[in-house]
Design a protein around this ligand. Structure first.
Ligand SMILES: [Zn+2]
Length: 282
């Protein structure tokens, strides 16, 4: 690969130059970069944010690492496998951004139900009925002897159906459902824009920052009363994928405008993988 990048390939007296790109989900990308896991303190392959820095809620993290110096940054313990590919060309996969952020949004709703002791048979039945209404095949079950509930692991298409159409009002109070619905709708719109070739990069950045602000809506005291209107989520709920979406995707969109983010999608491979692993515990 190194030779290919430096010297190109000569076929019939024509030298073909190569620009190398790498795109995969987070785990494989980290392994190939010789980088630590997404749950460690320095978690981002592209910038030097730490878990601590994430709580400061800043969004001006830019791609700042260079592949030539990669082992000088904290967390990069091994030599990268593809050291000849510039870090700007290590592109996060749009599909995994949607899949993993969806996982977070869904698990935040389930946790909320559990915390308020609402996650009972009635609630699970409502969820399954609502899934059936929007044509998503979804079940809850318990493994023999285990306490935790498992549910069907959904594929990308089904996750999008839930994101767009699931009626949260069936399992949450109306004001709460409305708030979370807005967060989901806007994430769905962002994901659509992300895949739209030539979408305005500044506009996109504005939308993701706005979305993060909504995600982090704090609790609010209702004026002239002692009541508190519950906000949404805390900075500790931000996942590495959310960081990448908010801080780096617009940069990648700009750098790779001629291809569009969709060109780096892992969707066809994932469809195959899903047939091998179909269930996830929650
Ligand atoms: Zn970063």
């Amino acid at each position: 690969l190194d030779d290919l990048k430096n010297y190109g390939l000569k076929i019939d007296e024509i030298v073909w130059k190569f620009e190398l790109y790498f795109s995969s989900d987070w785990k494989f990308l980290s392994i190939c970069l010789g980088f630590n896991a997404a749950n460690s303190n320095f978690f981002c392959p592209w910038c030097q944010i730490s878990k601590h820095g994430q709580n400061n809620n800043q969004t001006n993290w830019k791609i700042s690492k260079e592949i030539e110096k990669i082992n000088e940054y904290p967390g990069h313990n091994k030599r990268p496998l593809f050291y000849m590919i510039s870090l700007n060309n290590w592109v996060p996969d749009e599909l995994h951004i949607m899949l993993r952020i969806w996982d977070r949004l869904w698990s935040l709703v389930i946790s909320e139900l559990k915390e308020s002791n609402q996650f009972d048979d009635v609630c699970r039945k409502e969820i399954m009925q609502e899934m059936s209404r929007i044509s998503v095949n979804f079940q809850f079950w318990k493994e023999h002897g285990a306490d935790a509930w498992n549910h069907t692991s959904l594929m990308g298409d089904d996750k999008l159906k839930v994101l767009k159409n699931f009626n949260l009002g069936r399992i949450l109070p109306p004001t709460r459902a409305k708030k979370i619905r807005e967060l989901w709708n806007r994430f769905n719109q962002i994901y659509f824009n992300l895949k739209t070739k030539d979408y305005d990069v500044q506009q996109f950045q504005f939308e993701v920052e706005d979305w993060l602000e909504l995600f982090l809506t704090p609790d609010r005291i209702i004026p002239n009363s002692n009541r508190i209107e519950k906000g949404l989520y805390s900075p500790s709920s931000i996942t590495p994928y959310i960081h990448v979406l908010v801080c780096h995707i617009s940069e990648f969109m700009e750098i790779h405008q001629k291809w569009g983010m969709k060109a780096f999608s892992c969707a066809p491979v994932e469809k195959k993988n899903h047939q091998q692993v179909s269930f996830l515990p929650i």
